[in-house]
Design a protein around this ligand. Structure first.
Ligand SMILES: [Ca+2]
Ligand SMILES: [Ca+2]
Ligand SMILES: [Ca+2]
Length: 214
């Protein structure tokens, strides 16, 4: 077992070197086969689990790149918002220009996914949030964009940072600055939020291969 961990450590080391070289940052591909609660938090009425990917219909490059596992999210709502998951990024976003994700829909409950990025604007490597006001950031920018969930199969979506909009004008510096210049902590947090297809309805989809790229 020790040897296995050592091998894994060496592999991860090489993976980090490769990431530095090719300038992409893998947030998660869920190939650990389990929902890692030390890495991800969950909120709202959303059931989350890491489960085996459905087999693809014939040859499918994107499906193959999703490996064995992805993150399954499902739940229902009476008012669009179902819930979400989030993770800390702690990334200098200077060398990236896009967020990429693979989304697997379902035939009946399509809905939307909102992607939220948080970057530090008061140089303290922390996103301060107001727990009394739905956890809105009080000093830092929050940027959002949404993806329509399509039907079955993995759809790859690559979103330029320029397609995110400022969710909190007047808070932070209202400028997209995900880098670590001037003492900023850079890009600190990502959240993936599920929105049901109808006001009163369900969300049921998978996500995989979340990464930052250029
Ligand atoms: Ca995967
Ligand atoms: Ca901050
Ligand atoms: Ca900012």
């Amino acid at each position: 077992m020790k040897k296995a961990y050592l091998t894994l450590g060496v592999l991860l080391l090489f993976a980090n070197l490769a990431v530095a070289q090719f300038s992409f940052h893998l947030i998660d591909n869920f190939e650990s086969g389990r929902f890692d609660r030390s890495k991800w938090w969950r909120f709202g009425e959303l059931d989350v689990s890491v489960s085996g990917n459905p087999s693809a219909e014939g040859r499918d490059l994107i499906a193959e790149s999703c490996g064995q596992y992805s993150l399954s999210l499902n739940g229902s709502s009476d008012d669009w918002y179902v819930g979400g998951v989030g993770t800390d990024l702690d990334v200098d976003g200077t060398n990236f220009s896009r967020f990429q994700i693979d989304v697997y829909g379902s035939q009946d409950n399509r809905g939307k996914v909102i992607i939220e990025l948080f970057e530090d604007d008061n140089q303290n490597y922390t996103i301060e949030q107001d727990a009394q006001k739905n956890y809105v950031p009080v000093h830092d920018d929050k940027w959002v964009t949404e993806i329509n969930i399509l039907g079955k199969g993995f759809t790859r979506v690559s979103i330029p940072f320029t397609a995110f909009r400022d969710d909190n004008p007047g808070v932070g510096d209202d400028t997209w600055n995900p880098g670590r210049e001037n003492g900023s902590g850079g890009l600190l947090k990502l959240q993936v939020v599920a929105i049901s297809e109808k006001k009163s309805g369900k969300a049921d989809f998978r996500v995989d291969n979340l990464l930052l790229t250029y």
